[in-house]
Design a protein around this ligand. Structure first.
Ligand code: ADP
Ligand code: MG
Length: 606
C-alpha cells in the first residue's frame, strides 16, 4: 500500500482556490475583463450585466483579438502575452501580467469567448465551464473579443451565498467601471444593466469624462493641476475648498493610469487643504501620478490597488506642493504662509474684521503646569495652576506623604472650583472658560482625544477593558493588507475591549466592542483605526499598544460639531485636567490656548 500523504491537488481544485484571490465578487470579474480589453488596445468597450453580474457579465471590445491558439491558451494559468521575463516586471505598462485572471474566472463560472483578429476571416468560439474545456469552433464575429461569464460561483455555493444584494453588487461594478473609465478617456464605454443603458461615455478629454460621470455642475467646482518635476508628473483636478463635500467617495488616485489606494497620497491631499476646508468635509480629487515604472511596485497586492513607491516621502511632498500651488493659482488659498506651521483657521477670519497678521501669537511650548517660565503667568495664578494640576493628578509620586492631607484639601476646593467653572462652547469647536483672570480656550475634540487615549493607554493585562457583546456579530471584509495588520494586532485589540476573531479569508468577525464605546459604525471605525495606525507607523516609530491607543482615540473621540451641555463640558474639562498631559494630544497638537488678562489689557492699551 502506498503511504504517501502528499498529493498534488487536481487542477480544477487548485484553480478554484486560486480564483478566490482574484475574484471576490462580480465586480472583480468586471475589472479583469475591462483591463484585458484595454490591454488589447480597444477603443470601444461595452459592459453588459444581468442581476448585478450574478447571472451574466459580458465585455465586448474592438481590440486586437486572438488567434485560435491564443484563444485556447488564454485560459491556462500563468498564460500571459504581457511579460516574458522577470525583467519585464520593472518596465510594465499593461494592466495585467500575471496571466491568472481568465484561468480563475473560468474555474468558477461558465465562460464563452468569441474573438477575431482583423486579419482573420472567421473568428473562434470557446466554451469552458468550471475549468472544463467544452468546445472550440469557428464562428462569425466582429473584430475584437467578447467574454461572457455566466453564473459566477455556480460551483461554489458557499461563495455565491456570500454575495450581497444586487444593489450593492452593482454599486461595486460601477465603482470598478469608473476607476477604469476615468483614466482611459480615449475609450468609448457603454454600460448596460438588465437591458437598460446606465452609462454611455464617449471618448473625450478628462474633464468631459468626469462631467459625464458626475454631472456638468462639477466643472465649476474643479481646478486643474499640471506639474512636471521630472521624477513625477502630477495631473488632474482637485475641488475648490468651498466645494468640499461630506463624503469621501469622489477621491481617485491613478498611478500610471491605474487606480490605486494609498493612505499616504490621501494624507498629502488633506495636508494641502489643511486650514482651507472645515472639519468633517472632504475634497474631491481626480489625480494622476505618472512616474517611471521602476520607481513603483504595484505587484504587492493580488488585485493591485495598492502601490508602493521607492521614495514615498518625495512623492508625498511633491503632491502637497503641487496641490497647494494649484489652489494658490486659483486664488483658493492665500499665497502667504504656506511654509509656516502656524495654525490659522480661515473660517474664523470674516471679511469685515480688521486683521493685522494671519498668525496666532501664543507660545506653543508654554506649559501652564510648569512654572519655570515666570513671564506668562502671575504668581498668584501659578499657585492655582499648580494646585489644580497636582490636585487632579492621580499619580504624582513625588508628593511627600505629610503633604498628602493638604493636597487632599486643595484638591477638594479646586475640584469644586473646577466644577463651578463657567464655560461655553464656541463655534461647536472650542470650550471657553476663565480661570483666575485667564481665558482658556480648549479644543474640544483634541481634549477628548487626549482623554480617550490615556484611558486606553493605561490598560494592562489585569485591567483589560470590558467588552460589550454585540447582539449581531458584525463581519468585516478587509483588504489582504488590512487583514494582515488586524491579525497581527488581535491581542492588542482584545486587551482594549474589541472582541475580534478571524473569519475566513481576509475577513474578521466582531463579537464585541469596548463597553464605553456606543453608537458608532463598527466597520467604519475599525477602518479608520487601521488607517490611522498605518499613518502613525510612518510618522513615528511607536510600539503597537501606544499606536493602537492613539488610533482608537483619534477615531472614537467626540468630534467637532457636537453640541455639549454645560455638564458635559465641565466633565470633559475635569477629565482633561486629570490627564497626565492635558496640553497636547498624543501626536503633539496643542489642546489649550491660554490668554493672560495682561494681554487683554495690552490690547486695550491700558
Ligand atoms: P493577464 O492579463 O495577466 O496577461 P489574463 O488571464 O487576464 O492575464 O489574460 C491572459 C491573456 O489572454 C492575456 O495576456 C492576453 O494575451 C489574452 N487576452 C485576454 N483578454 C483579451 C482580450 N480582450 N483581447 C485580446 N487578448 C486578450
Ligand atoms: Mg488580465
Amino acid at each position: 500500500m502506498i503511504n504517501n500523504v502528499i498529493a498534488l491537488l487536481p487542477d480544477h481544485v487548485a484553480n478554484q482556490i486560486a480564483a478566490g484571490e482574484v475574484v471576490q465578487r462580480p465586480a472583480s470579474v468586471v475589472k479583469e475583463l475591462l483591463e484585458n480589453a484595454i490591454d488589447a488596445g480597444a477603443t470601444h468597450i461595452k459592459l453588459i450585466i444581468k442581476d448585478a453580474g450574478k447571472t451574466l457579465i459580458q465585455v465586448i471590445d474592438n481590440g486586437k483579438g486572438m488567434n485560435p491558439f491564443d484563444a485556447r491558451m488564454c485560459f491556462e494559468r500563468h498564460a500571459t502575452s504581457k511579460i516574458s521575463s522577470a525583467d519585464d516586471l520593472f518596465t510594465l505598462t499593461t494592466k495585467g501580467f500575471r496571466g491568472e485572471a481568465l484561468a480563475s474566472i473560468a474555474a468558477i463560472s461558465q465562460v464563452e469567448l468569441k474573438t477575431k483578429r482583423e486579419e482573420d476571416v472567421v473568428g473562434q468560439q470557446l466554451i469552458i465551464e468550471g475549468s472544463k474545456f467544452i468546445s472550440q469552433a469557428e464562428c462569425q464575429t466582429a473584430t475584437g473579443t467578447s467574454f461572457t461569464v455566466k453564473n459566477l460561483f455556480y460551483n461554489i455555493p458557499a461563495r455565491r451565498n456570500f454575495l450581497k444584494n444586487d444593489q450593492i453588487e452593482q454599486k461595486h461594478i460601477i465603482d470598478e467601471l469608473e476607476r477604469v473609465a476615468i483614466p482611459h478617456t480615449n475609450i468609448h464605454f457603454i454600460f448596460q444593466s438588465n437591458s437598460n443603458e446606465i452609462l454611455n461615455l464617449p471618448a473625450g478629454n478628462l474633464l468631459n469624462r468626469i462631467k459625464s460621470l458626475l454631472g456638468n455642475y462639477i466643472q465649476k467646482e474643479l481646478i486643474p493641476i499640471a506639474e512636471d518635476t521630472g521624477f513625477v508628473k502630477v495631473n488632474g483636478f482637485v475641488s475648490l475648498p468651498e466645494a468640499a463635500v461630506k463624503s469621501k467617495k469622489e477621491q481617485y488616485f491613478f498611478v500610471n493610469n491605474r487606480f490605486v489606494r494609498n493612505p499616504f497620497l490621501n494624507h498629502a491631499v488633506y495636508e494641502a487643504y489643511k486650514e482651507l476646508i472645515s472639519y468633517q468635509s472632504h475634497p474631491r480629487y481626480f489625480l494622476f501620478l505618472q512616474l517611471d515604472p521602476k520607481h513603483i511596485d504595484i505587484n504587492i497586492h493580488p488585485t493591485k490597488t495598492e502601490v508602493k513607491f521607492t521614495d514615498d516621502k518625495v512623492v508625498y511632498m511633491l503632491l502637497v506642493s503641487s496641490i497647494k500651488r494649484a489652489l494658490g493659482k486659483a486664488n483658493a488659498a492665500p499665497s502667504i504662509d504656506f511654509e509656516s506651521n502656524h495654525s490659522v483657521d480661515f473660517n474664523l477670519v470674516s471679511n469685515n474684521r480688521l486683521v493685522t497678521a494671519p498668525t496666532i501669537t501664543y507660545n506653543e511650548k508654554y506649559n501652564p503646569f510648569n512654572f519655570s517660565n515666570e513671564t506668562t503667568l502671575q504668581k498668584t495664578n501659578k499657585q492655582h495652576w499648580e494646585n489644580l494640576y497636582n490636585g487632579f493628578s492621580t499619580n504624582n509620586s513625588e508628593l511627600a506623604i505629610e503633604e498628602k492631607n493638604n493636597e487632599q484639601q486643595a484638591f477638594q476646593t479646586l475640584k469644586k472650583e473646577a466644577l463651578d467653572f463657567s464655560v461655553f462652547q464656541l463655534n461647536l469647536k472650542y470650550l471657553v472658560t476663565t480661570f483666575n483672570n485667564n481665558v482658556l480656550v480648549i479644543d474640544q475634540q483634541r481634549a477628548h482625544e487626549r482623554i480617550v487615549y490615556e484611558h486606553y493607554l493605561s490598560t494592562k493585562a489585569q485591567t483589560k477593558i470590558a467588552s460589550q457583546q454585540l447582539l449581531f456579530a458584525e463581519q468585516l471584509e478587509l483588504s489582504a493588507n488590512d487583514f494582515g495588520l488586524i491579525k497581527n494586532l488581535i491581542e492588542e485589540f482584545k486587551l482594549l475591549g474589541f472582541d475580534l476573531d478571524v473569519f475566513g479569508k481576509n475577513s474578521m468577525i466582531v463579537n464585541g466592542t469596548p463597553v464605553d464605546l456606543q453608537d458608532f459604525n463598527i466597520a467604519e471605525t475599525i477602518d479608520g483605526i487601521l488607517e490611522t495606525y498605518k499613518l502613525n507607523t510612518i510618522d513615528a516609530k511607536l510600539e503597537k499598544h501606544d499606536n493602537l491607543c492613539r488610533a482608537i482615540a483619534k477615531n472614537t473621540c467626540t468630534k467637532y460639531g457636537k453640541v455639549l451641555e454645560v455638564d458635559e463640558m465641565k466633565q470633559l474639562l475635569n477629565h482633561l485636567f486629570n490627564c497626565e498631559n492635558p496640553l497636547y494630544t498624543a501626536n503633539g497638537k496643542v489642546i489649550i490656548m491660554e490668554t493672560n488678562y495682561l494681554e487683554i489689557d495690552k490690547f486695550f492699551k491700558r
